[in-house]
Design a protein around this ligand. Structure first.
Ligand SMILES: [Zn+2]
Length: 128
């Protein structure tokens, strides 16, 4: 399920999910049993009140299950990025290249970028 990020009516991005209980049967109000009830999520535009998107509870659950592994990857990436930012400052630890030169900051970034580019080129040519 692709979640919309823009209102089709006004072009706004001020969108918010809401939920409501719905009757999934023809049973009249007051005689309903819980299995005849469901949940409906709808994405509304806070700027113009348009309903931008709606989804059943099952669709939302499937979407969240599909997104869970990506959230975990993003969390690991964020932690590793924070570690690298601390390392590249060169205040607590040193990164020394093959010639014994200390690398930090932009020089460390450039060295790593060059290495990654070389690896990508080797992989692309099938030499990896
Ligand atoms: Zn709108």
């Amino acid at each position: 399920m692709k979640i919309k990020t823009k209102c089709q009516e006004c072009g706004g991005h001020n969108l918010r999910w809401q939920s409501t209980v719905v009757n999934n049967s023809d049973v009249q109000q007051g005689r309903l049993r819980t299995h005849e009830m469901g949940v409906l999520f709808f994405l509304g535009c806070d700027d113009c009140s348009a309903t931008v998107q709606h989804a059943t509870g099952d669709q939302i659950a499937r979407h969240m299950n599909d997104a869970a592994p990506f959230a975990e990857v993003a969390e690991v990436d964020a932690r590793e990025s924070a570690r690298y930012r601390l390392l590249r400052r060169g205040q607590h630890w040193s990164v020394i290249d093959g010639k014994g030169d200390v690398l930090r900051g932009d020089e460390l970034d450039a060295t790593i970028d060059a290495r990654l580019a070389a690896q990508a080129a080797a992989k692309g040519s099938g030499d990896a």
